[in-house]
Write a protein that binds this ligand. Structure first.
Ligand code: ATP
Ligand code: MG
Length: 320
């Protein structure tokens, strides 16, 4: 540890989210919502990485309004370096609305285009010194400004000898532009860490058996692939050893949004602090389970101590 410790940085959208309390209202009916919950996939990930104990920074933008201040306050209070968040006088903070259906699926409305969330300028990003892991979420790439900022920053990080982490996080609502998939796939090939779900792999590599997709990705140079499987847990593939398969933890699912980002943040923080892959996987799998028990995308993020205590009292299901 010590000198080898890497910083985890994220580039992308900062949002506040409002969650409907009634299922099946489809964001159409007059119902009660709560919020503003701090959100944005990269923000959730970096908040969690900070809570687990990594050195972290996020690059993005908010409006000079109270939603923006709420986001900055939350991230700062958990130890994220926030000097790379621009606060823009002439834009409003990005907003998302979400509502669930009885079967657990959900519908979103994003107010992202032309808000502060997509006003991030690649040129204004000042990377910190020292070794870096840069994380991004595929859900950011549907937006041209964010896509440009992520591509340019990834190129710079790689040039400096740093590593890329990608959560494909495919959101069909945000991926209508045909270029998006091509950019996502090219960035995946440059990634060291990849966090796909089953549905991400199906969308990106249709009609190819999953084990073939995994080995193709490993051939392109992806070092570690953590396949996230919701309540079934996760499986970690590395080139030099057998997959690490973890069952899910038994929890009451209140709001699953953000679990994937929380998983990534935990995993990356553990990796950045040089922990063995089994421990990274075990903590991430537990943190993801804790995440779904709270309403709000970032509200279920937790500290290292909470994750450790949870693991003692709530072992992962071994029959999965
Ligand atoms: P999203 O992009 O919506 O945030 P995702 O599809 O990327 O989610 P999930 O697979 O839903 O990610 O969740 C990430 C991880 O969190 C899982 O691999 C698992 O470890 C944990 N997890 C998620 N849901 C549950 C659950 N209901 N019970 C236990 N663990 C869960
Ligand atoms: Mg996800």
């Amino acid at each position: 540890m010590g000198s080898k410790m890497r910083s985890v940085i994220a580039v992308g959208e900062l949002l506040v989210e409002f969650v409907s309390h009634k299922k099946g209202c489809e964001l159409r009916e007059l119902v009660t919502y709560s919020g503003p919950y701090p959100s944005g996939a990269p923000a959730i990930c970096i908040d969690q990485a900070a809570r687990i104990g990594a050195s972290t920074q996020i690059f993005g933008a908010v409006g000079a309004d109270n939603f923006g201040q709420a986001l900055i306050n939350r991230l700062q209070s958990n130890g994220v370096e926030t000097s790379g968040i621009e606060s823009l006088e002439d834009k409003s903070t990005g907003v998302a609305f979400v509502s669930y259906f009885e079967d657990g699926s959900r519908t979103f409305i994003f107010h992202l285009n032309n808000t502060a969330a997509d006003a991030l300028q690649a040129e204004s990003i000042q990377l910190p010194t020292g070794p870096l892991i840069m994380h991004f979420s595929g859900s950011s790439l549907g937006n041209l400004n964010l896509r440009t900022a992520i591509q340019r920053t990834a190129t710079e990080v790689i040039k400096r000898g740093g590593q890329i982490s990608c959560d494909p996080n495919v959101r069909p609502e945000l991926m209508k532009d045909p270029d998006v998939k091509a950019v996502l796939m090219s960035l995946i090939e440059k990634s060291s860490y990849l966090f796909p779900s089953d549905s991400d792999l199906e969308f990106l590599y249709p009609d190819i058996p999953q084990d073939e997709t995994i080995s193709n990705l490993q051939d392109t140079g992806v070092k570690t692939i953590a396949l996230t499987r919701g309540n079934q847990g996760s499986t970690i593939f590395t080139r030099d050893r057998e997959p690490v398969k973890l069952g899910g933890h038994e929890v009451e699912e209140v709001d699953p949004t953000g679990a994937g980002d929380c998983y990534c943040g935990t995993f990356l923080a553990m990796i950045a602090n040089d922990h063995p892959i089994e421990l990274c996987a075990q903590y991430a799998n537990a943190a993801g389970a804790i995440a779904v028990t709270k309403r709000g995308p970032m509200e279920g993020n937790s500290s290292l101590d909470t994750v450790k205590a949870f693991l003692k009292s709530n072992p992962a299901n071994t029959s999965m």
